[in-house]
Design a protein around this ligand. Structure first.
Ligand code: DAH
Length: 337
């Protein structure tokens, strides 16, 4: 019944703009408003509606009835007052609004990060999301029994466990070093996958931007300088950062970069796990094994690398405190950015 009421309203709405003369109006009346018309036939069906639905359906039907009658009266008044019985164009009507789409907040953040690094002289490279175990783990100096290689952490491709959905953008470092000669200064944005429990903070699918700089005599101070320069442009001059010593198989020494939590300004909350700080990037000096595995002589060249998570930054920028909202694609959220 509700469906029929809705479809009656839809029909009326289609017919209304075509009522341009008094004859059209009479046809409209004959179609909808007489005893044998479509409205009356719905009203008659009310007696068969189960008691508990009567109220809701009654309200709905009454609204449509009022709508049709009001539109009829309105048109009648206008057509009769018009000398030749036809409607002129009403130039005072407001125009129809055009809705235009926009880039997804994650894409906007990626574009912004990429453009800052491009200005710092980095080129951009992209590569496969289905990666082989060699590039994702072996070449990146992961030990054979490293837990990240476990099915519980990584999505392997069914039927061929040499292939997997890349768990990070770091394998792109290897691909770039295999295909370019130093000096190399490249960033590698892309989507990555991990077999994670979904929560307000993490998803099984997310984005990273990897960075790599290989040359003679590259230093940790240069890495820190670049990271700070980037972060100040991205988050503003007044944001606070810190570097913590860390461990990654593909860098030595390694560090993590934190920013003060946007939600609680450092007091401690759900998003920052009550730490006051959010980790935004891992970084370090490229491990000699990683260089060797990629065909670069670690006795001649050194380099730094970094990896930023995009979603965390998108959350910082948009103020969205549940990462799942970024993926549900509810227009009410998306149209705000
Ligand atoms: N691949 C690391 C991860 O997914 C992030 C990372 C850390 C990348 C340190 C780097 C790096 O290039 O130097 O957690």
């Amino acid at each position: 019944m509700i469906e029929d009421i809705k479809s009656l309203r839809a029909k009326v709405e289609i017919d209304l703009p075509n009522v341009k003369t008094l004859d059209d109006l009479e046809n409209f009346r004959l179609k909808y408003l007489i005893k044998k018309g479509e409205l009356q036939s719905l009203l008659e069906r009310m007696k068969d509606v189960p008691k508990e639905q009567k109220k809701d359906i009654g309200i709905e039907l009454n609204q449509v009835k009022k709508f049709i009658e009001a539109e009829f009266e309105n048109l009648k008044e206008r057509l009769e007052s018009d000398s030749d019985g036809s409607l002129d164009i009403d130039l005072t009507l407001p125009g129809r609004k055009n809705f235009s789409g926009s880039l997804h907040p994650i894409q906007q953040v990626m574009d912004q990060m990429v453009s800052i690094f491009v200005k710092l002289g980095f080129s951009v490279a992209v590569g496969p999301e289905i990666e082989d175990e060699y590039h994702n783990f072996d070449a990146a100096n992961f030990a054979p029994e490293h837990p990240a290689r476990d099915m519980q952490d990584t999505f392997f491709i069914k039927g061929n466990s040499n292939y997997l959905l890349r768990t990070h953008t770091t394998p792109m470092q290897v691909r770039v070093m295999q295909s370019q000669k130093p000096p190399i200064r490249t960033i590698m944005p892309g989507r990555v996958y991990r077999n994670e429990a979904i929560s307000a903070r993490s998803l099984a699918e997310f984005h990273q931007i990897e960075g790599l700089y290989i040359d003679k005599n590259v230093t940790f101070a240069q890495l820190k300088g670049t990271m700070m320069l980037f972060a100040k442009q991205m988050y503003g001059e007044n944001s606070k950062f810190r570097f913590r010593p860390s461990y990654f198989p593909f860098t030595e020494p390694s560090a993590e970069m934190d920013i003060t939590c946007f939600l609680c300004s450092g007091k401690g909350c759900r998003i920052c796990k009550y730490q006051g700080w959010l980790e935004i990037a891992g970084c370090g000096m490229v491990h000699p094994n990683m260089l060797r595995n990629s065909g670069i002589d670690p006795e001649v060249y050194t380099g730094y690398a970094f990896g930023f998570g995009i979603e965390r930054v998108a959350m910082l920028k948009t103020g969205i405190d549940d990462i799942r909202l970024l993926y549900e694609n509810d227009v009410r959220i998306l149209e705000q950015f």
